[in-house]
Design a protein around this ligand. Structure first.
Ligand code: T4K
Length: 360
């Protein structure tokens, strides 16, 4: 079976060597030595100021909203994983959708300003599939209207923009380290910020606001990463060059062999591509379904990331219908990509796509 992704499983002996350290220390959670080591290593690797590990990317978003006192209406994109918007609804905020750009697939900045009302407190753009948004204009709008910005950078591990990590943008950027991600800690995520006092507040928030045995400073929640997750993260980080190299090769092959048949996302020209996903756009949904069914018949499972567009989700109660996002979400498919995908398997995926397209 070939699936859209497969988690990177590091060498067992190396993982065991980290787990041995957990057995020696007896420290399983609550800001243990491996979590602290992983934070340090990620800060250095990514070149960011404060990176705070948490137990998943959804909680990272929720904590970001709380830390910044986000309330009322929040302008975001309908073309994302459900957690971007459901985390807002969970915090009793109203996600207000601005439509996307059909080429970059990111929030269309020209649609953002018209959605601002006196109730708007923040923007939550997503760097979709790792492709950086128009951060200059978004940051400009936010400062002009006194809005906070939380970038959902869940897909953007290792993406540099103008030579600096895209994670250093906004008041806070969040990331997911879920098993399906390029870099993972099984379940996990992080908040990144340049603001030292905000980082301090977040560190308190994720451990129920507890300062020490006798002092509780604020209302928090338990969002701590545990030591076994950090052990996995450290072992995966040891392999990160191989992971990135293999992904880049696979991504390139898709681009070479399918560009004449399908459209690829327009990538931000000032950014590196981490090859986390291979989204391809068909002319219409019928073509997409024909290809998907053909692949499924051969036990190959690409995914419809992201379908449906979130403006269609009933419980988000949104009146803003987004025509571009609705259209894109019907004709986009993410192709299998993971470091151990074999050349011959990828060739099969490519040939099946070409054959199915000829028959539509
Ligand atoms: N914001 C954005 C923009 C996000 O994309 C996400 C998560 C979040 C926020 C929230 O972050 P987290 O709270 O999740 O950390 C997956 C992931 O669960 C999710 O993390 C990710 N985005 C989303 C895009 O993809 P599913 O429902 O597609 O996962 P699933 O279980 O169907 O897995 C996909 C394929 O991967 C499977 O067909 C087989 C393979 N797989 C998966 C797992 C979990 C494996 O081979 N082994 C595994 O252990 O959501």
């Amino acid at each position: 079976m070939i699936t859209v992704t497969r988690p990177w499983l590091p060498d067992r002996e190396r993982l065991d060597s980290y787990i041995d350290q957990v057995y020696k220390s007896g420290h399983l959670t609550n800001n243990g030595p491996l979590v602290r080591l992983l934070e340090e290593r990620l800060q250095t690797y990514l070149g960011v100021k404060h990176l705070i590990l948490v137990s998943n990317g959804t909680l990272a978003l929720q904590i970001a909203y709380r830390a910044l006192d986000v309330t009322g209406e929040v302008i975001t994109t309908p073309f994302s994983f459900i957690a971007t918007s459901s985390s807002l609804a969970w915090q009793n905020c109203k996600p207000v959708f601005a439509d996307i750009d059909p080429l970059t697939l990111n929030i269309d900045v020209d649609n953002v300003t018209s959605k601002i009302t006196p109730k708007t407190s923040a923007l939550v753009p997503v760097h979709v599939f790792g492709n950086p948004c128009n951060v200059e204009r978004l940051n400009e709008i936010a400062s002009k209207h006194n809005l906070k910005i939380v970038y959902d950078a869940s897909h953007a591990f290792g993406v540099d923009y103008h030579g600096k990590s895209i994670l250093s943008q906004g008041d806070i950027s969040t990331i997911s380290f879920h098993a399906t991600k390029l870099f993972h800690t099984i379940e996990g995520g992080a908040l990144v910020t340049n603001d030292s006092s905000l980082a301090k507040k977040i560190r308190l928030m994720i451990k129920c606001g507890i300062v020490d045995e006798e002092n509780i400073a604020l209302c928090g929640i338990n969002a701590k990463m545990h030591e076994l997750s950090a052990a996995m993260g450290l072992s995966v980080l040891d392999d990160i060059d191989t992971i990135k190299k293999n992904r880049a090769q696979i991504w390139q092959q898709y681009k070479i062999h399918l560009s004449d048949y399908l459209k690829f996302q327009k990538w931000n020209e000032n950014a590196t591509n981490n090859c986390a996903y291979v989204p391809v756009l068909f002319s219409n949904e019928q073509e997409l379904l024909a290809v998907k069914n053909t692949l499924n018949n051969f036990d190959i499972f690409p995914r419809r990331y992201f379908y449906p567009s979130l403006d269609q989700i009933n419980f988000l109660l949104n009146n803003n219908k987004c025509l571009v996002a609705d259209d894109v979400s019907k004709r986009i498919l993410c192709l299998p990509i993971y470091p151990n995908l074999k050349k011959q398997q990828q060739r099969q995926v490519i040939e099946l796509i070409k054959t199915a397209l000829k028959l539509v």
